[in-house]
Ligand binder design. Structure first.
Ligand code: ZN
Length: 793
């Protein structure tokens, strides 16, 4: 008998080989385990048979147990329903919002969102109302609760949180606002060297003849005090070609005052026949009202009618002229170059001399000196550079010529007006009411139903978003939600990488650089890590002074430190950082930071916390994918992995990319709405459409990655007949459900870089083969049209 190995048993299965054959034969004193088995098999024939039978039985039993276990598990999973609160909420929300009478292959937006508006009535806080508005409402209500709550002195709450509550109180305290009246405005006019009433109203003819006004000084002080551009645009920002350093940009005015002011949310269509006429009438009324009010308040007399008429006419004409000058430009970034300060001011002076026979030899030296007064930065006029685009080169001599050929008293009047207009809505209620009534026709889909308390919440959130976030943030977020979102983002990135590797339209070098950029893309999720560090929030709001009865001054406390602190950054290294507040219901890709920002507010139902990952990937996943794709859209592709504006793609790849994007431009150009003459603007919305399309594709593949790692998920109640893929697309469609008027769609088509929400669903899914497959949409159906499907990412 072979003692080295036992034969396979009758089932053909090899048993353990005895390692000590000789020992086993010679004595019984060997290792128990090996021995017991050896013994068992090495006895008589009877025992051998018995052994075989028992082995078979044991094996059979094992197999039965395994089969039953597998069957049980499969059966359980098949019928397993997710009955968590999150799942039930998602299920009910989707079920009641969807219109099952519509064929998903015919109009998927209608299918997903057909009954949404009925289920989610607009409370009137926002002109249009979407799934995201429902989150905004929740954020506002939570903000209101938080700001209305008492200061928690026992709990070591940061001082800035108390300041936020006081800020809110000051906004609600209309009595104090009324009592202060125009006195606060006078105070700030004085700070920027402007009179309480324009000189045109107070000087004699003789005085006016000799009147001189240093407009450049006012321009600089207004910029520093009100953080706004009047005639000249100026800002310190990361160098677009080397983002770690900050540089000075100069040119077309782009920054409005951060204070709430009229016309900021002008929703009226500018191409309307009566727009210009209506605007002129409203402006005339407001100008006359404000000038009269100020004059009476200061002098207790009525202004002279002819001076009032003259001032109004001057202001209307100057405003129109400035609007025309500024709105003339569309090119923003394509042609930015730099010149040192002296070089550029010489150039300006020469053009001025040609145009007006006047010169302003040291214009930038003067302006920049005024600006940096009191700021701890020394400027070298021979070495420091000014960054300008072609449009800025064109604009600056034009505006300076215009101002230098306009009477000084008119220029003073104009700068007085712009400054007062920035503050006027935040003074006494009779003035604010008059102006709001006048400007009402410019707010389509009026939001008059919104209470002052909500407006104050929005305001405090705008100025003190981090302090509000401190109150609203769930402290378990960092450990609970953030890792899950990070895993999702990582799956989405992996899908993107895998996709890039398969691309045939990209050459090897560009592919490599693209992969590197996606690797370098960092993410800011939820809220900054430092938010709950002791003392950190108070450092963030250092220098801010807030009282509970000084509304306008509270806001000015923020506004006044904004520009000086930006100017200080000129010599500082630029860190990649959060570019938004955690309470913002949105997500961003910051090109210069090569970062994705996903604030905590958007990580809420119905964009997140949906119970099943298939829903989360379809909803927030497609948003994360959207932001990732932005880094490689028609603009994002021009910023390299460090966030520098640079050509880092090869010419041939750029050519192919541009050729491929034409498909999207053509596709989106074809979308129209009955009753609106303009079609969707394919060219203008290209970047967003690329991001939408890429976003869904990457999220879809990322979900399949998730399934491979974590296994399948239970079913959603009421959707047992839906496949995973179907649910994914329903979740994607559902986040774009919206109630909106035709007027607003028309306005959005004119001004928004995003396609209308309905088109974001339809346009994206018409390009998705996975969608067509999931819903078995026949080729040629509306949601699976014939011809090429556009695809880049
Ligand atoms: Zn976007």
């Amino acid at each position: 008998m072979d003692n080295y190995a036992y034969q396979p048993d009758d089932n053909g299965k090899p048993f353990a080989i005895t390692r000590y054959p000789s020992v086993s034969r010679q004595n019984n004193d060997y290792l128990v385990e090996v021995n017991s088995r050896s013994k068992f098999f090495k006895t008589t024939k009877f025992y051998k048979r018995l052994t075989a039978i028992l082995t078979i039985l044991v094996l059979l039993l094992l197999i039965i147990v395994i089969v039953l276990a597998v069957l049980y598990c499969t059966k359980f999973r098949k019928n397993g329903l997710c009955t968590s609160e999150e799942c039930l909420r998602s299920a009910a929300n989707l079920r009641l919002s969807m219109d099952f009478s519509v064929d998903p292959c015919d109009d998927f937006y209608q299918y997903t969102c057909g009954r949404w508006s009925k289920e989610h009535p607009n409370h009137g806080w926002f002109p249009s109302f979407s799934a995201f508005s429902t989150i905004m409402e929740e954020v506002l209500i939570a903000t209101e609760d938080f700001l209305n709550s008492e200061n928690d002195d026992d709990n070591n709450e940061p001082f800035s949180v108390k300041q936020a509550r006081n800020f809110y109180k000051s906004c609600m305290d209309t009595e104090s606002v009324d009592n202060l009246g125009l006195s606060v405005v006078y105070k700030y006019l004085k700070e920027v060297d402007l009179p309480t009433v324009p000189s045109l109203f107070t000087k004699t003819d003789q005085e006016l003849e000799d009147f001189q006004f240093d407009w450049l000084k006012s321009e600089a002080t207004i910029k520093k005090t009100f953080a706004m551009d009047v005639l000249i645009g100026f800002f310190v920002q990361p160098n677009m070609y080397n983002r770690s350093e900050n540089v000075m940009y100069i040119g077309v005015p782009v920054t409005p005052c951060p204070l709430p002011s009229p016309f900021k949310t002008d929703k009226r269509k500018k191409n309307e026949v009566d727009y210009a006429e209506l605007r002129k009438t409203v402006n005339t009324n407001i100008i006359k009202f404000v000038l009269t009010t100020f004059f009476k308040n200061v002098t207790s007399k009525e202004p002279k009618e002819e001076v009032l008429e003259q001032a109004t006419e001057v202001l209307i004409n100057m405003t129109l002229h400035m609007d025309e000058l500024i709105n003339n430009y569309t090119d923003i970034y394509e042609t930015v170059h730099f010149e040192n300060i002296k070089e550029h001011q010489n150039k300006i002076s020469e053009i001025l001399n040609d145009n007006t026979k006047k010169t302003y030899p040291q214009i930038w030296e003067k302006y920049i000196t005024y600006l940096f007064e009191g700021v701890n930065v020394t400027i070298d006029f021979d070495k420091d550079l000014l960054y300008l685009a072609e449009m800025d080169e064109d604009y600056l001599p034009k505006v300076i010529s215009y101002i230098m050929t306009t009477s000084d008293v008119y220029v003073e009047l104009y700068m007085w007006w712009v400054t007062v207009f920035a503050m006027i809505l935040n003074t006494s209620s009779d003035i604010a009411e008059y102006i709001l009534k006048q400007t009402a026709p410019f707010y389509v889909g009026s939001n008059v139903l919104r209470s002052r308390s909500l407006d104050c919440c929005i305001l405090v959130n705008t100025f003190m978003g981090m302090a509000v976030s401190y109150g609203l943030a769930d402290k378990t977020f960092s450990n609970k939600t953030k890792p899950k979102v990070e895993e999702m983002l990582s799956n989405i990135k992996d899908s993107f990488v895998a996709h890039v590797n398969t691309l045939t339209w990209m050459d090897r070098d560009t592919k490599q650089a693209t992969l590197e950029k996606s690797k370098e893309m960092i993410s800011f999720i939820g809220y900054p890590e430092w938010l709950f560090d002791k003392g950190a929030l108070d450092i963030y709001y250092q220098g801010i002074v807030i009282y509970n009865d000084t509304y306008l001054e509270n806001m000015m406390s923020f506004v006044k430190i904004f520009v000086p602190s930006k100017l200080e950054e000129l010599r500082k290294i630029n860190e990649r950082n959060w570019s938004t507040d955690p309470t913002d219901v949105n997500a961003y890709n910051s090109f210069p930071d090569n970062s994705i920002n996903v604030p905590m507010a958007i990580l809420s139902f119905p964009a997140y916390n949906l119970g099943l990952e298939v829903l989360n990937y379809g909803a927030i996943g497609s948003i994360l994918g959207h932001e990732l794709t932005h880094g490689f859209d028609n603009t994002g592709r021009k910023y390299d992995k460090f966030g520098n504006y640079k050509k880092w793609w090869t010419n041939s790849t750029i050519e192919t990319f541009e050729e491929k994007t034409k498909c999207f431009i053509k596709q989106y150009d074809n979308y129209t709405f009955a009753g609106i003459s303009n079609h969707v603007q394919g060219e203008k919305t290209l970047g967003e459409n690329l991001a939408d399309n890429g976003g869904v594709n990457h999220a879809y593949r990322a979900y399949h990655r998730y399934l491979k790692i974590h296994g399948s998920e239970p079913k959603l109640p009421g959707f047992q007949n839906f496949t995973n893929d179907q649910l994914f697309f329903v979740a994607f469609g559902s986040i774009w459900c919206q109630t909106i008027t035709l007027d607003e769609i028309e306005k959005d088509i004119e001004t928004d870089v995003h396609s209308p929400q309905k088109i974001r669903v339809i346009g994206t899914l018409q390009n998705s083969r996975e969608f067509a497959k999931a819903f078995r949409c026949p080729a040629g159906s509306k949601m699976n049209p014939g011809g090429t499907k556009c695809k880049v990412w």
